[in-house]
Structures are given as structure tokens and as C-alpha cells.
Write a protein that binds this ligand. Structure first.
Ligand code: PFF
Length: 471
């Protein structure tokens, strides 16, 4: 049934192409950088258990809803939502849910590229260390031999103090993202996912086994899986877990609607969404199993938050056999994951801009990538010159610099708001015959999905939104 106004002419070459690209979008800095730091800050086990509950009961139903909207509408995210609304006899104003998500995706891209730029810098740093360890005949020794802990941790502030370098890395990462998206859905996005995702999984498994074998595996396992019911019930921990599940599955960012539109009518969306969510969650947990044994073995703090990956972990590689080589592979792996996510962040607005302004793909990507880069400069400078610039010094933005504001605006407002509207739209507004017919599930599972989308998802996501806004 080709819907009126269908515009997507590009598509995945197979169901696996879709699964790899969507998993590539979901698996990113959120899994490798944000999940371990959040788990560390929120006490480990309780956070992890609640995170898994959130993925299954809230993330998965919303993920299926978003891909459904895209696949039915077959256009950019806004167009697809309009088609579903029109075919359901509802107002096309519901397409605002996609507009909000798209804005969120675009703003995330602005700072995602800054952090991914740090990752590029660390690849270079470890590559240099591999070379010097080979020259010194100490390949099997730890990373950064001869440097003190402070010196290793100082690599991050040193990067912050060097604007041309930091902005150069940001520009390089953005340019790579633009290049891939400009090559198209099949020739760019799917192609890198097909190569990079299997390589990513191999690296992740390899590094994790090595880390568990050489690091403090027992302590890490205890920390990640110890069940402490007292902590489980803390609202802060619960909301942190829900917000993390959301960001990690790329929900509320118009992205899964966009990718869903490239899926063909035969694809079973329910099973595909389940595979994507399961892969994303496994990667987050395995990333914890890769990182914490190394950090525990080095006796460093697991609750160091956002600097865990860039300061604590590199310092921990010093005590690990072949640390520089493993560190190099680790950051290469993070780069692969970040790139398959950033292309998704750029693709969602690109699809819309191409259609809306009738632009060629190459022009749309260069334009959007250029603007995202320029806005991202303000985020990069938030780590030095603009650290004390608080452009929106009120309410939840009080005391926040530009980087923090973009993070808060997207994570606490735009993404949850878009996902809330998705759940209400699919749960209550869209024609049920249409969403039921195309979702690929039946019987009890289908009833459960309906209940979760109509009731639990709006309530839970509404709660994150209100709680987030109250600060
Ligand atoms: N899910 C990605 C991560 O975990 O790093 C982040 C992300 C990518 C969010 C794409 C939203 C999106 F559209």
C-alpha cells in the first residue's frame, strides 16, 4: 500500500542492512562513554537493572512505534508522520513530533562531533605511544611508560588548552560524517555500517575478554550486577536510567522514523526493533565489562563520570600488559561507534532539507554539516574560553555553559518531548488498524505493546520530562 505523498526513493539493500545501520546509530558514545560513567556515578547494579527494565518496557515499544511511522509514511520524518496522520484522519500538526526530534538530532550532532573529536585525538595519542613502545622494545609493557598518573590525566586538559587542535579534530570528524551521508543511504550509511559494525563487535569482544582476563574481573562483575534493592528505588537512579535508555536507543530524535522509512514492506519491524534494542543493551553492558576491570585493577575511581573514558581509563592502561596497543584499539572502536551514530544524526535533518528545499544530497549535507560544525565551536570552547559564559542563565539552564545547555535542551526537553508525542500519537491518535496491521506482532504480545505505548510510555516519559524541567 503506497501511501500518498511517499517520497523515499532510497532504501536499505536488505533487512540486515537496516539492522546494522540502525544498531550502528544506537550504539555510540552513549554506550561506551555515557553508560559506564552513569553506571559508575549511580552505584552500579541498581542502575543497570533498572536500565534493562526501561529498555524492555519503554524503549522497545517506542522504538517499534517510530519505525512504524517511518515505514508507513516512506518519507523524511516530518513527511512520514504527516502521511500517518492523514491516513488516520488526524491533524497533520502531529508532524511537530518529528520536527522536534529532528531539531534534537541536529543539536546533538553539534556536540557529539566535539566529543568524537577528542576520540580522534586519543587515537593519535595511543598510536604515538604504540610507536614509542615499539622503539623502546616495550610493546608488552603498559601505556605511557615513564609518565606519572597526573601526566597521563593531563592529556585532556592539554587538549582543552589547544583550540586549533580541538577545533581541527571537531572539523575532521564532521567532515567524515558529511562525506558518508553525502554518499547516500545505501552507498554511504549502510556501507559503513556493514563494514564497521562487525569490526566493532570483534574489537569489543576481544578487548572485553582481555580486560576480564588481565584486570579485576570479580570486582567489576560485583559492581555491575550486585543487586541492592535500597538503591533501586531511588528516583534519581530510576530517572537517570530511563534518560540513558532513551539516548542510547536514539529515541525521540526522528532518527528511527527516518531509518524506518528506508525499510521495505516485508521487513518485520517488531523482530527488527527487538534485535536493535538487544544489541544496543548488550554493547552497553559489555562496555562496562571492558572498562571497569581495567579501572578497578588500577585502583582508580569508578565514579569519575564523564572523564572516566578520557582520563581514568587511559591512566588505567598504564598497568595493563600491552596497554598502549589495547588503548589504541579501544579508541579506534569508539570512533567506529561514534561515526555510525553521527551519520544517523545528520541523516534525519538531511532527508527533510533535501525534500523541503529541493536540494541535492551533497549540498544538503555540506550545508547542515557546516552549520552543525559552526554551532559546535561554541560547545568546544565551553571547555576553555567560554567555560563561564552562561547565555541562558535561568531555570534548568542556570549556571550552564553552551555545551551543558545543548545537552540539557536535547536530553531533558526535546528528545523526551518528541518521544512522548510519538507514544501518544501511536497509542491514541493514529488509526489502530494501520499501526496494528504493519507492526509484525499479534496475540498477547500485541496487546502488551498496545498497553505499553498507550499507558506506560506516556506516563514514564512524561515523568522524565517533568522531573527534568523541575531540575
Ligand atoms: N544512540 C547514540 C549513542 O548512544 O551514542 C546517540 C544518538 C544517535 C542519539 C542518534 C540520537 C540519534 F538520533
Amino acid at each position: 500500500m503506497a501511501a500518498a505523498g511517499a517520497t523515499a526513493t532510497e532504501g536499505w539493500s536488505s533487512r540486515w542492512g537496516f539492522i546494522l545501520a540502525a544498531t550502528g546509530s544506537a550504539v555510540g558514545l552513549g554506550n561506551l562513554w555515557r553508560f559506564p560513567s552513569q553506571a559508575g556515578e549511580n552505584g552500579g547494579g541498581a542502575f543497570v537493572i533498572f536500565y534493562i527494565i526501561c529498555v524492555v518496557l519503554i524503549g522497545l515499544p517506542v522504538l517499534l512505534s517510530e519505525t512504524l511511522i517511518g515505514r508507513h509514511g516512506k518519507g523524511d520524518a516530518i513527511e512520514s508522520t504527516k502521511v500517518v496522520a492523514r491516513d488516520s484522519g488526524a491533524s497533520t500538526a502531529w508532524s511537530a513530533l518529528a520536527g522536534i526530534g529532528m531539531l534534537g538530532a541536529f543539536l546533538i550532532l553539534t556536540f557529539y562531533s566535539v566529543i568524537a573529536g577528542w576520540v580522534l585525538y586519543y587515537i593519535g595519542l595511543f598510536a604515538g605511544d604504540v610507536v614509542s613502545s615499539v622503539q623502546n622494545g616495550a610493546v608488552l609493557g603498559g601505556a605511557f611508560q615513564g609518565q606519572s598518573l597526573e601526566q597521563i590525566q593531563d592529556h585532556l586538559p592539554a587538549l582543552f588548552a589547544n583550540n586549533p587542535l580541538m577545533l581541527g579534530m571537531h572539523a575532521l570528524f564532521m567532515a567524515i560524517t558529511v562525506y558518508v551521508v553525502a554518499r547516500g543511504v545505501h552507498g554511504g550509511i549502510e556501507k559503513i555500517a556493514v563494514y564497521l559494525m562487525p569490526t566493532f563487535f570483534l574489537l569489543l569482544i576481544g578487548i572485553t575478554i582481555y580486560s576480564l582476563a588481565t584486570g579485576a574481573a570479580g570486582e567489576a562483575l560485583g559492581f555491575l550486577f550486585a543487586f541492592d534493592p535500597a538503591r533501586l528505588l531511588k528516583p534519581d537512579v530510576m530517572l537517570a536510567a530511563l534518560g540513558q535508555a532513551f539516548f542510547s536507543l536514539s529515541l525521540g530524535s526522528a532518527m528511527m522514523i527516518t531509518y524506518g522509512a528506508y525499510a521495505d514492506r516485508k521487513t518485520n519491524l517488531a523482530s527488527t526493533s527487538t534485535i536493535i534494542a538487544a544489541a544496543d543493551t548488550s554493547v552497553a553492558i559489555i562496555a562496562g565489562l571492558a572498562i571497569f576491570p581495567i579501572v578497578f585493577a588500577a585502583g582508580l575511581a569508578v565514579d569519575s563520570g564523564p572523564t572516566l573514558m578520557f582520563q581514568t581509563l587511559p591512566a588505567s592502561f598504564q598497568t595493563m600488559p600491552a596497554g598502549s596497543f589495547i588503548g589504541f584499539l579501544f579508541f579506534l572502536m569508539v570512533f567506529f561507534a561514534a561515526l555510525t551514530s553521527s551519520v544517523a544524526l545528520l541523516e534525519a535533518p538531511t532527508a527533510w532539507v533535501m525534500k523541503r528545499f529541493n536540494l541535492a544530497r551533497g549540498v544538503a549535507t555540506v550545508l547542515l554539516g557546516g552549520i552543525a560544525f559552526a554551532i559546535g565551536i561554541l560547545s568546544a570552547l565551553s571547555f576553555n574560553l567560554l567555560a563561564d559564559w552562561h547565555p541562558l542563565n535561568f531555570s534548568i539552564f542556570e549556571g550552564q555553559n553552551f555545551f551543558d545547555i545543548t545537552d540539557t535542551l536535547t536530553g531533558k526537553i526535546l528528545l523526551p518531548l518528541s518521544a512522548l508525542l510519538v507514544a501518544v500519537f501511536v497509542g491514541w491518535i493514529a488509526d489502530k488498524r494501520l499501526t496494528d496491521h504493519e507492526n509484525g506482532i499479534s496475540g498477547g504480545l500485541h496487546q502488551t505493546w498496545r498497553f505499553l505505548v498507550a499507558w506506560l510510555c506516556p506516563l514514564a516519559v512524561g515523568a522524565i520530562l517533568v522531573y527534568g524541567l523541575l531540575g
